[in-house]
Write a new protein. Structure first.
Ligand SMILES: [Zn+2]
Length: 291
């Protein structure tokens, strides 16, 4: 079973979204069984300020629970929905409760670069709700995607506070933490309730001229946290890459190859775990998994 653990349905520059049908067609071609569709709540920081004329991000990035639910209800066996919260919102834990109970969502995603540290006390109720419902929280780490936001919030060191204060919380840390790779490694190594999502590491390697970054990171992660706590994700159409249409399969393949398949120090069985087996366990899809 192949599971893409990191898919945004919004696109970066033109605001046009791929339909649920288009995403499923691309998944079919690339043999992807399930995609995790991530909500996106960055509060006010999720909209481009009117006075910013040029930006790598031209439109709003917020994506509501209702939109995610619409996609998931069309293909309940192919999509898993995650909500997203921001501590500036009134009682964010209530949003999580509704997303889980009414929309059947299976996790939450946080975007600290929109203006908060993950250990913000206003999120304690959210983390408690995740524990009660046994759903994971995914937290972006490292580089920022939006020009007008602050990268300082993405330092993975602040996740240590959360992992320690909420030892029963399942935390998936995204993207390997670059440039705070040491902090990232230390936090995942010392907290058994953390997992690693490899998405975007291939782009960081290219963008920041760090050849070998993916390989070094993978080797260290396997040694420090073990195969079972690593998952693969593609980012979906968010990067404006030709994910769908005739290049879709190529892109999915490239992402899987660079991040997982090209590394001969990982056994076939372990590659399958990273590409889906581990995600199925986090999402509690174990009954249907064939390892
Ligand atoms: Zn992402």
């Amino acid at each position: 079973m192949t599971i893409d653990f990191h898919v945004h349905i919004e696109t970066k520059s033109n605001g046009i979204k791929y339909s649920a049908e288009e995403i499923v067609a691309a998944m079919d071609q690339a043999d992807i069984d399930i995609s995790v569709l991530l909500g996106n709540d960055q509060a006010d920081a999720g909209t481009k300020p009117a006075w910013v004329s040029s930006s790598i991000m031209a439109v709003a990035v917020n994506c509501s629970d209702e939109e995610i639910y619409e996609y998931c209800s069309k293909y309940p066996n192919r999509f898993v929905g995650f909500t997203s919260v921001h501590p500036d919102r009134y009682k964010p834990e209530l949003k999580v409760e509704r997303a889980i109970k009414e929309y059947g969502m299976k996790g939450i995603k946080l975007y600290p670069h929109s203006g908060f540290y993950p250990n913000d006390y206003r999120l304690y109720g959210v983390y408690q709700k995740c524990i009660e419902s046994d759903v994971p929280v995914m937290i972006h780490t490292g580089i920022k995607a939006v020009q007008w936001q602050s990268i300082k919030y993405n330092n993975p060191i602040f996740i240590d506070d959360v992992a320690v204060r909420f030892p029963e919380l399942k935390i998936v840390m995204c993207h390997g933490g670059y440039p705070w790779v040491e902090e990232f490694m230390t936090v995942v190594h010392t907290n058994p309730n953390t997992w690693v999502d490899l998405s975007f590491l291939d782009y960081i390697e290219k963008m920041y001229c760090k050849p070998g970054l993916v390989e070094t990171t993978l080797k260290r992660l396997i040694k420090l946290v073990g195969i079972e706590r690593i998952v693969w994700g593609s980012e979906g159409p968010f990067l404006d890459l030709p994910l769908f249409g005739k290049h879709g399969v190529e892109y999915y393949k490239k992402s899987q190859d660079i991040l997982v398949n090209n590394h001969d120090f990982i056994s076939e069985n372990d590659k399958n775990k990273i590409l889906g087996g581990n995600a199925a366990k986090i999402l509690k899809l174990n009954d249907s998994i064939q390892e």
